[in-house]
Ligand binder design. Structure first.
Ligand code: GLC
Length: 421
């Protein structure tokens, strides 16, 4: 982590061409999944060249839950060492009071973005973060292997389970000892809340907490969905999946050792990289759903917020404007398959050619299922933690899904007491 240099951020005056402009040293904090940091660094270099400002990246761990904990500590301490925070779509209600309202500063460009994303970052009328990209997961599958065994991409979880098992067993018998049927994110962190919610919501089990704030997760359909997932562990998924986040799953998949993977679109770009063993051998489709239910990809995405404690708010807002711009979003879509928050980019021919997943995903993004961060307000992280714990303990077989969901309901009721705060 390069926090030391950020702590020394100072403003300086320098001369650019004939006019004198004020240049600032800014620091932005960001997570580090896949090529996150490389992607940011490239764009910051452009920003620095254009404005004369200098931007330091403070690198965070890959787990979004660990990042959240760190952000909360810094913000609670009122640190002025960080000017811009790259924030997960679910955090707005919890961190709102510590961020600058961007409504006026961004007024001219707000209308370019998906209204739902803007709404997700609006808390009590204040726009607390501005969109960088949106996210909705895919089911990645090995086209070559499905063709080899005459299988179609699965539409239901049962089909996925069966196809994964057949191909895994046959490939192993043919000498691919390392191959697994399915990898996903089973570690106890925010990513498992996404996976778990997808299994439940696509199986008729509904939400964790409804948009009206009702605790709805303790039901039979939800329990069945989690039991089905438990059955994958050590059968079509490695035992280690209980500790997998995005990158561990991608590691297994990208070395050619998984038939299916649940992951976000960043993995599409990286899996098609020059040195990727699965380059050209895979396709993506929407996540399965049970008959009678619809696919329920979890809505993700990252936004940019300016700290209330920043000493360089004006320059920090300039950077937010730069990184959220159509130009920057297009560049990230082209190179890293980041899903734009600007609807017009879904029809962009250059993007469609380089990253076909994006045009295909317009519909998926629109129908993606939000996590209950709006109804549970500042308690979302606690709610999510209780949910991912219940799911992880089901996957590990510590107790049945039914028991774990009962305990979960009990804990959520205690958190809610007289209403979500
Ligand atoms: C992705 C999503 C984010 C989600 C995280 C979970 O980064 O964009 O919204 O919380 O994955 O691991």
């Amino acid at each position: 982590m390069r926090f030391g240099t950020a702590a020394m951020a100072v403003a300086a005056i320098f001369t650019l061409g004939s006019s004198e402009v004020s240049a600032a040293e800014l620091s932005i904090v960001s997570g580090s999944v896949g090529a996150d940091i490389q992607e940011l660094r490239t764009q910051l270099a452009e920003f620095e060249a254009e404005t004369g400002h200098q931007v330091d990246i403070v690198e965070m761990p890959a787990s979004t839950s660990d990042q959240f904990g760190q952000y909360r500590l810094w913000l609670a301490a009122g640190t002025d060492d960080i000017d811009i925070y790259r924030v997960d779509v679910i955090w707005a209600p919890q961190l709102a009071n510590q961020f600058v309202d961007l409504r006026d500063a961004m007024a001219d460009v707000i209308g370019d973005h998906f209204p739902s994303v803007i709404e997700s970052q609006t808390v009590e009328g204040r726009l607390v973060a501005f969109p960088m990209y949106t996210d909705a997961p895919a089911l990645f599958y090995r086209k070559d292997l499905l063709e080899k065994y005459g299988r179609n991409p699965p539409a239901t979880w049962e089909e996925l389970t069966e196809t994964a098992k057949v191909i895994q067993d046959k490939e192993r018998a043919a000498g691919s000892g390392q191959i697994y049927g399915f990898v996903f994110q089973g570690a106890p962190y925010e990513g498992l809340t996404c996976n778990g919610l997808e299994w439940v919501a696509s199986s008729g089990g509904g939400q964790i907490v409804s948009p009206e704030g009702e605790i709805t997760i303790n039901n039979e359909r939800a329990a069945q969905a989690l039991e089905r997932a438990r059955g994958w562990v050590r059968d079509i998924a490695p035992a280690g999946v209980l500790a997998y986040k995005e990158e561990e799953a991608r590691g297994v998949w990208q070395t050619g050792n998984a038939v299916f993977m649940r992951n976000w679109p960043y993995a599409y770009a990286l899996s098609n990289g020059e040195d990727s063993p699965v380059k050209g051998k895979f396709e993506v489709t929407t996540l399965p759903a049970e008959p009678g239910s619809r696919s329920a990809p979890c809505l993700g995405g990252w936004n940019l917020a300016v700290s209330k404690y920043s000493k360089h708010k004006k320059e920090a807002i300039e950077l937010v404007r730069f990184l959220s711009s159509r130009k920057a979003q297009k560049e990230r879509a082209l190179t890293y398959a980041r899903l734009p928050t600007i609807p017009a980019l879904y029809d962009d021919p250059d993007i469609a050619e380089r990253q076909p997943i994006i045009a295909e995903w317009a519909d998926v993004v629109e129908k993606a299922v939000p996590r209950p961060s709006a109804p549970t307000k500042r308690q979302y992280n606690e709610v999510s933690k209780e949910f991912w714990t219940a799911v992880n303990e089901t996957l590990s077989g510590a107790a049945s899904a039914e028991t774990n969901l009962q305990t979960l309901e009990h804990r959520l009721r205690r958190l809610k007491r007289d209403g979500w705060r």
